[in-house]
Design a protein. Structure first.
Length: 202
């Protein structure tokens, strides 16, 4: 029997095994590095988001009814960011609407219209969105308000002024100006924090 044939096949097989082993090790290394980099940079993304929310929380606490403390403001802002992500609307818009509607008072209620909670929602018109939830709950209120605004934006082809007009039940320019002012003020607070306060830390 010619052993050279088997020796050649053995060498070829060994070479192939080595190449496969190297390829497997390379893939494992790439996977480990990918996880490591994701773990390394993920905290910075969350830190940026959290920093923005802290700035807005401080703004809400400073520009709300006297009964609203920083813990309550933080809960409201977290609810706004969560609902905004759920319904694809601007969280600052939700908060800007709350300013003239309730001045960030979670238990606000209009005895005449029964408009309730932070976003002054009239339950009888939006039972489909409320379901069995309690509208006076902060998270429920903000979620329902975000859903309403998202619906009105869709019905008006994204025209914010018309959507806000529908949301307010026909309130005039003064109402729109209050929302616009609150929105601008929050944007300004974020800009100042990013380009002034954080600059000194870098």
């Amino acid at each position: 029997m010619d052993n050279s044939y088997h020796d050649t096949n053995y060498l070829q097989l060994t070479k192939m095994e080595k190449e496969m082993t190297h390829l497997h090790l390379l893939r494992c290394t790439i996977a480990i590095l990918a996880v490591a980099f994701a773990s390394l940079f993920a905290p910075f993304a969350h830190a940026s988001e959290s920093a923005d929310q802290r700035v807005i929380t401080q703004w809400v606490a400073n520009n709300s009814h006297a009964s609203v403390d920083e813990n309550q403001a933080s809960r409201i802002v977290r609810a706004a960011y969560k609902a905004a992500a759920q319904w694809n609307v601007d969280p600052l818009l939700l908060l800007a609407v709350m300013k003239p509607e309730s001045n960030f008072q979670a238990k606000a209620r209009n005895p005449r219209s029964n408009a309730s909670c932070l976003m002054q929602i009239i339950p009888r018109w939006h039972r489909d969105k409320i379901g069995r939830r309690q509208i006076m709950n902060v998270e429920t209120c903000v979620d329902v308000g975000a859903a309403i605004i998202a619906e009105y934006l869709s019905l008006t082809n994204g025209k914010l002024q018309k959507a806000i007009y529908r949301y307010s039940g026909g309130a005039g320019k003064a109402y729109e100006k209050k929302i616009a002012q609150a929105y601008r003020d929050m944007k300004s607070a974020l800009v100042l924090d990013r380009f002034v306060d954080r600059k000194s830390v870098v």
